[in-house]
Design a protein around this ligand. Structure first.
Ligand code: NAD
Length: 325
């Protein structure tokens, strides 16, 4: 396993990180015993970065991850989040963050977190995140309950704006750098490099679009994006290759991100994704895939409050999607 330094935190995180949202039955109901086995296997094979949230399965993922980590806590870098608790359930107040950390510590069976992040900040008011949420996270850091603090979300410009006003240790971005998206590289990466902020890249499979299986019904991407994912999977299959493996390797090759978080729910998926790290991307197939995916490249969707959207990327995306109709 290769490790990279997470910004100025000094933490050495595995390039392949374990996204624990599937443990909360977010994509489909899973076998919890197999879920625990996947955590065990990941640790034994050198994956040391685990990310979860109370939102995933409405606390189920944290509870299952906490159980699976019994006796192994000191072998992992553990990240969870606060502020998001349901589809429309947000509370970024200082008071809620302070109760939230205690609840997460109990569920995760630990007395400290390595990373504590405000979850999907675009659903909050920028002024509150800057003046109340990040300072509350820093207070928890001073108390020794969390080692480092961060923010997560979809719109890149808001992540940048908030971090400029209220510096954080880590930013987690999702669905903005993978085989269909790369605007993370222009919009956020130069900033995090300048500021020494650790960058985590999540969802290299575009939350299921790049797996060859049907993405979950809640998936927010336009239908054309799902269709392009299916074509890409077929192309790989025709050439005897696997789209998910190629997508994982493509994302983990992006060295600006210290770790790439892949959601995993079985030892088979862990094995598969570890194998992907050993398999260089076939350049010819990559070119063919890029051609198939070009019409839907960098199409984003609305997430959060109107004032927190990435403009003009959202407007351009919506115009392009409308033109497909
Ligand atoms: P992802 O792109 O990693 O896709 C996960 C899906 O792909 C799951 O259904 C998983 O079972 C499946 N999968 C994994 N490996 C596979 C393989 N080899 N073959 C076929 N299918 C495979 O999306 P994700 O899970 O949403 O993102 C990864 C993690 O990043 C999350 O679990 C979470 O920890 C984090 N994340 C955070 C935020 C946020 O903070 N706002 C948002 C998205 C993701």
């Amino acid at each position: 396993m290769q490790y990279r330094t997470l910004g100025n935190t000094g933490l050495q995180v595995s390039v392949l990180g374990f996204g624990a949202s599937p443990l909360g039955d977010v994509f489909r109901a899973i076998d919890p015993v197999e879920g625990a086995r996947s955590v065990d296997l990941a640790i034994d094979r050198g994956i040391n970065f685990f990310d979860v949230s109370p939102y995933y399965g409405r606390t189920l993922a944290e509870t299952r991850l906490g159980n699976a980590l019994r006796g192994k806590r000191d072998r992992v870098i553990l990240s969870t989040k606060c502020g998001r608790y349901d589809v429309a359930g947000f509370d970024f107040s200082r008071q809620r963050i302070k109760t939230s950390v205690e609840e997460s510590l109990t569920r995760l069976r630990t007395d400290y977190l390595d990373l504590f992040q405000a979850h999907d900040i675009e659903f909050g008011e920028a002024s509150q995140i800057i003046n109340e949420t990040v300072p509350a996270l820093r207070e928890l850091q001073q108390q020794g309950k969390v080692r480092f603090v961060g923010i997560t979300g979809l719109p890149l410009r808001m992540l940048k704006h908030v971090a400029e006003q209220a510096p954080v240790d880590v930013i987690l971005s999702y669905c903005r750098y993978n085989l269909v998206m790369d605007d993370l590289d222009q919009i956020l990466t130069p900033f995090v490099k300048d500021w020494g902020i650790g960058l985590i890249n999540a969802s290299p499979l575009h939350m299921g679009v790049l797996t060859g299986s049907e993405p979950p019904s809640w998936h927010p991407a336009a239908a054309v994006v799902r269709e392009a994912g299916k074509k890409a999977a077929q192309l790989c299959q025709d050439e005897g290759e696997d789209l998910a493996s190629l997508a994982v390797r493509f994302a983990t090759d992006y060295s600006a991100a210290a770790s790439t978080l892949v959601g995993m729910n079985s030892s088979e998926q862990v094995e598969h994704n570890l194998q992907a790290l050993e398999t260089p991307v076939n350049p010819e197939l990559l070119r063919e895939l890029q051609t198939v995916l070009a019409p839907v490249k960098n199409l984003i969707w609305r997430s959060g409050r109107p004032e927190n959207q990435d403009q003009p990327e959202l407007e351009q995306s919506e115009a392009r999607v409308a033109a497909f109709a």
